[in-house]
Design a protein around this ligand. Structure first.
Ligand SMILES: [Zn+2]
Length: 281
């Protein structure tokens, strides 16, 4: 059979479900509560007891968003001073991710995607591109041909890194390199839903390493909601949508059926490659 160039994309949401990014009902309320708590905590004369009560109240609200208990302790968040000061390069994302992973136990499929990412990067086969808004990244490859394809990541990603940190911004790299790795194993392109479930599962495993309690993403969502309301910069809204993507994957807890539902909700279908057709190289 003649080799054809195909592509598989990481979709942020189904094409027809534009309101998807704002479907969590308590987020605006949580954002307000967070602002009130921050204001209260910085006032002179506030007692430790009031701070504890405020924090407890806030953590209870967060459980209604996330559906799991959060113990009273220091929250696992990244402070602004720890965030990078310049937009990320692919190399920096890779270095930051490897640094993070070196201290953690990484499941073998996720580790293989990281190694593949390093190889793709060194071979010059991965870079940022002007992709449609609802596409975070894509892997282009040739059907029935194991020649390595190439990965395009959305050009907003370097700026997401400024707001959420390199390790969270690395998530789409894991997704696309799961496809690249599966392609090299001769296991990509037959069933889109199965392919996507593997990639989404690897994303979930990566997020478990980066944000084991889901607090970082939860906190960042509240922060970005606040920022996007105060300053109407499109990048804040875009980052918020990215964080919603991460939160939805985290919420599956790696459960196969839940992952399948996420994949279906994004609009993936098993005949995707045929429906979208080949792209010219
Ligand atoms: Zn994909």
């Amino acid at each position: 059979m003649k080799s054809r160039l195909l592509w598989t994309a990481l979709l942020l949401c189904g094409l027809s479900s534009r309101s998807w990014g704002f479907s969590v009902p308590n987020l605006a309320y949580l954002s307000d509560a967070l602002t009130r708590f921050q204001t209260m905590a910085t006032q002179i004369g506030v007692s430790d007891a009031q701070i504890h009560l405020g924090a407890y109240n806030l953590s209870q609200l967060m459980t209604t968003v996330h559906g799991k208990a959060i113990a009273i302790r220091n929250w696992d968040i990244v402070h602004s001073s720890e965030l990078p000061e310049t937009p990320a390069t692919v190399e920096r994302l890779q270095e930051s991710a490897e640094k993070k992973a070196s201290r953690m136990k990484v499941p073998p499929p996720t580790r293989r995607a990281m190694i593949r990412a390093s190889l793709m990067n060194r071979a010059g086969l991965m870079g940022f591109a002007d992709l449609p808004k609802h596409v975070l990244g894509l892997y282009q490859y040739w059907k029935k041909n194991l020649r390595l394809g190439f990965i395009k990541l959305h050009k907003d990603l370097p700026f997401f890194a400024l707001l959420v940190g390199d390790d969270l911004a690395y998530d789409p790299v894991i997704h696309e390199n799961t496809h690249a790795e599966n392609h090299q194993e001769g296991d990509l392109g037959e069933e889109s839903i199965k392919d996507e479930m593997k990639a989404f599962h690897n994303e979930q495993q990566w997020l478990k390493i980066v944000d084991p309690y889901g607090e970082r993403v939860c906190f960042l969502r509240a922060k970005l909601m606040n920022l996007s309301q105060r300053y109407h910069f499109p990048i804040f809204n875009r980052t918020l949508t990215f964080l919603e993507h991460l939160a939805e994957i985290q919420a599956t807890g790696g459960d196969e059926e839940k992952l399948r539902q996420v994949v279906l909700s994004r609009g993936y279908r098993n005949d995707d490659h045929e429906r979208r057709g080949p792209m010219s190289s």
